[in-house]
Design a protein around this ligand. Structure first.
Ligand SMILES: [Zn+2]
Ligand SMILES: [Zn+2]
Length: 344
């Protein structure tokens, strides 16, 4: 079979590999869609401390069950499935307390295990042990189902930031994650959603699809948000961009009792921002992080897609064969697509 393997930063190779066979407790799937995201770009450029090369990349996986390993029950060849990316251990103190997104023993598809940029992949027993293999509801295509993983992360972020009825929400960053945030905030009853990006072209492309109440760009976005909210600020500000400046602006544009989600992480070598602690104190702000998603978030994300609450099909702007995976990663890195999916 064909696979795309990461060997070193800047070195992803399309290679022939033997078809894997499932060990005890594992499920082999025929990958139909594995979508790409900024994480794949980061891995391509810099590698990742959890990836020991060579490794088949790809973590937004949907496909069909091809073969069951010994002892696996409840699944049959042909079942349409979506696979979680982040695998909590299910055993540690955090997992026992239900904090599965921050399991310190977390492993990931495409990092610790071969991922979905391949015709076939193996779902590890650890995924099945935490209910991380989800049946794709009828009417949901494989490409849409592959977007359940990033949507699950977005869902986790909005739960932590308590996005709800009547909120004015600002989403900073108009990439695929920003688009999902706009759509999810609407489905949770947000009053108005404003989308912000420094890149006017990308902002226009995304705004055309997700239709925010306003699309904002420029150095004075804090003033623009204050003006749009009669000086009050936004109830929730979500930074879906690896930008410390955006995080600092988020603090400035939050309303009293506002919630700020530092959804996107910052570069490892530059993670410190300026935070006026008195702003947090007197305005009773809540700052939350977000680290991926749990298996339960993935299942609920699939339901949100299936019910039509969060449509994703029109956000997938590029469908590419596995042979074009490098082009796909390049398209993502240039910010000229919303969602790029690979169809091995
Ligand atoms: Zn991703
Ligand atoms: Zn754990």
């Amino acid at each position: 079979m064909k696979v795309a393997r990461f060997h070193a930063p800047g070195d992803i190779r399309l290679e022939e590999a033997p078809e894997p066979s499932p060990g005890p407790g594992e499920v082999k799937i025929r990958v139909r869609n594995c979508s790409t995201c900024g994480t794949d770009v980061k891995i391509f450029k810099h590698g990742h401390h959890h990836i020991r090369p060579p490794r088949v990349m790809g973590h937004e996986i949907a496909g069909e069950v091809a073969e069951l390993g010994e002892g696996v029950t409840g699944w049959a060849p042909g079942d349409r499935v979506q696979v979680i990316a982040a695998i909590p251990c299910g055993q540690c103190e955090e997992c026992r307390r239900g904090h599965r997104t921050v399991c310190p023993n977390q492993e990931s598809m495409g990092y610790h295990y071969d991922g979905g940029f391949a015709e076939y992949t193996i779902v590890p027993a650890k995924v099945l042990a935490v209910d991380g293999l989800n049946r794709i509801p009828d009417g949901v295509g494989f490409a849409e189902a592959s977007v359940a993983e990033p949507l699950a992360c977005v869902l986790n972020g909005q739960e932590l930031a308590r996005v709800g009825e009547g909120d004015d929400v600002v989403v900073m960053g108009a990439g695929p994650i920003g688009c999902l945030h706009v759509r999810l905030a609407r489905s949770r009853g947000a009053a108005r959603v404003f989308l912000v990006d420094l890149n006017a072209e990308r902002l226009a492309m995304s705004a055309e699809r997700v239709n925010p109440d306003a699309a904002l760009t420029g150095a004075d976005v804090v003033d623009q948000v204050l003006k749009l909210t009669n000086g009050r600020g936004a109830d929730v500000v979500i930074t879906a961009a690896a930008s410390g400046a955006a995080q600092e602006q988020a603090l400035q544009m939050a309303a009293r009792q506002g919630r700020i989600s530092f959804f996107g992480g910052l570069p490892k070598d530059n993670p410190v921002i300026a935070c006026d602690s008195n702003l947090v104190h007197y305005r009773e702000l809540t700052i939350v992080g977000a680290n991926g998603s749990s298996p339960a978030h993935n299942a609920r994300a699939l339901d949100l897609i299936a019910s039509g609450a969060v449509p994703v099909a029109d956000l997938i702007t590029h469908h590419l064969p596995l042979a074009d995976v490098l082009e796909g990663i390049d398209i993502v890195s240039r910010g000229i697509a919303i969602k790029v999916t690979i169809e091995p």
